[in-house]
Design a protein around this ligand. Sequence first.
Ligand SMILES: Nc1ncnc2c1ncn2[C@@H]1O[C@H](COP(=O)(O)OP(=O)(O)OP(=O)(O)O)[C@@H](O)[C@H]1O
Ligand SMILES: [Mg+2]
Length: 437
Amino acid sequence: MTDPTPTTPRIVLHTGKGGVGKTTISAATAVAVAHRGRRTLLLSTDPAHSIGDVLGVPVGAEPTAVGTNLWAAQVDTRGRLEQGWSAIRDYLTGLLAARGMAEVQAEELTVLPGAEEIIALLEVHRWAVDGRFDAVLVDCAPSGETLRLLALPETIAFYADRLMGAPRRLLRTLAASLTGGALGGANGQVHDALGDLLDRLTAARTLLTDPARTDIRIVITAERVVIAEARRLLTALYLHGYPVGGVVVNRLLPDEVGGGFLAARREAEASAVQLVNESFAGLPTHHLTLAAREPVGLPALAALGEELYGADDPLGATPAGPGVEVVGDDGRYALRLPLPLVERSSVDLTRSGDELVVTVGTGRRRVALPSLLQRCRVTGARFDGDVLVIGFEPDPARWPEALLDALPDRAPAASPATETTATVGPLDDSMPAGVPR
Ligand SMILES: Nc1ncnc2c1ncn2[C@@H]1O[C@H](COP(=O)(O)OP(=O)(O)OP(=O)(O)O)[C@@H](O)[C@H]1O
Ligand SMILES: [Mg+2]
């Protein structure tokens, strides 16, 4: 790992339903990337850590060389969290004792939600900017946890803005302990590492939403239940602005087997593959057949990589980003947010101050409005294919009068100056563009 050349490392995350083959495919892809001469790190953020099992060698929290150009590491979320907790416990115990209160047991305090995900996210970022690797292949926990991980920077920033008093101090303490900030002083003040933590999380999010650097791949099997979850996952990833680079269909029946039970199975598989093609049209799709033996160890993984990518570059082309886009320049604007495969009636839209809150089922994204749109009001929303289009027009209550006059065809002043929140959803295709509801 000497002489690191300055590169922009590529990050590929594999996610999907439990047991579909995320770890195996991350490892096979890492082997394929390393074979092409790139310094590759296979990193697991799944607390269930099985990359050591798949590679057939022990793997720790620091990168271990496991082959030519290939290293592996697993994020020690539990260990880091326990360290964090002991610092919090010591801090709180000291604080309460100083105020004459009984000692608090760590178990009595609720575990901060998201702490494990914070650590995992920071570790992905840490290795991505480390400089020693050209590619970081991330083996994620099953879909639900991955989403919590990816939605986290936004959530944290939101709460950090609003948290006051004790919870904020607690978060600061956690931040201090996680980021190595100094804890406590003679007067019991906690070093304010919260800002540092937020900066790091923002940097991680910037990295993971940059399609030039990050590529999230959804691993599935050709089964309807698995595909249904993958479809929801795709919508949710787009909702949060993450670039999806492809789909891997794993454990397909090999051509040479058939007959009897397998004939029925093969038929179901063919219709499931059809559903995959329709659902994820436009995304690169790789296929992998069911191996006769459990693929464990570098030679078996190399064979899988060969079947998956052949002569192609396993890192592939960089995906098209699902970024939020603002269009329009004649006094009416539209914010376009790609949301594929979404159930129209499950979408809700709320304007809250300078943010637009987009809710899809149980997923929620807070889109910070660009300054231009902060001075506008929402006029309506509709779907244009897979893209949610939200209409805006200048709001006299928010724009200086001189600027308003300069706009052609400006809309009549209608909205009350006090309006901060407006609910637009639920949406359906029938809602015309630009028409307020
Ligand atoms: N193409 C394949 N052929 C044969 N066996 C496979 C194939 N892909 C995965 N497996 C096996 O399926 C099992 C599950 O795979 P793996 O552990 O990679 O899934 P996962 O999605 O990471 O699971 P988890 O959600 O538990 O982390 C393992 O025993 C693995 O060896
Ligand atoms: Mg796994």
